[in-house]
Design a protein around this ligand. Structure first.
Ligand SMILES: [Zn+2]
Length: 158
């Protein structure tokens, strides 16, 4: 574990030094201040991240619109939810301004009462902590840095 931590710190130091060397080299190559290269580079990274996170949020909005077509609003274990046949045996939280819990109709029949209560309260925690917004922010970094697919856990942004 300590070696893994040291490896992570070493990678971050290497990334910082590599970025600094790249800024100095590019600044010298085009004859400008290396700080300007750094500022433009970090601005570009921030813009790319924001674009990827926004794309993730818009995808969540599309998912929410599709789920709402056949959904009906109910209260399960004192938690407001939208039940839809489109989710099957799944449950998700969608929406970043007003996150909403969607529950598959088949899930209600497939679980025992205590199991369903646990799932609903789990999703309610995601709803209250605005997990879709955080997931979109994380997905933006993952796509930018490691070209990873969408996290897709049990929350999506809208
Ligand atoms: Zn979860």
């Amino acid at each position: 574990m300590n070696g893994r931590l040291n490896g992570g710190v070493g990678a971050m130091v290497a990334l910082a030094l590599g970025s600094l060397a790249l800024c100095i080299a590019l600044g010298s190559l085009i004859g400008t201040d290396p700080m300007l290269v750094f500022e433009l580079g970090t601005s570009g990274v921030a813009l790319a991240w924001a674009g990827l996170a926004l794309r993730e949020l818009l995808e969540g909005r599309r998912v929410a619109a599709a789920l709402l077509v056949d959904a009906r609003d109910v209260t399960l274990f004192d938690v407001p939810c939208s039940v839809t046949p489109g989710l099957g045996t799944d449950a998700v939280v969608v929406g970043f301004l007003r996150p909403r819990i969607f529950v598959g109709t088949a899930l209600i029949g497939a679980l025992a009462t205590d199991e369903l209560r646990a799932v609903i309260h789990h999703e309610d925690h995601h709803r209250r902590t605005r997990a879709p917004l955080r997931a979109a922010a994380l997905a933006g970094w993952l796509r930018l840095l490691v070209r990873a697919p969408s996290p897709g856990h049990c929350s999506r942004g809208t």
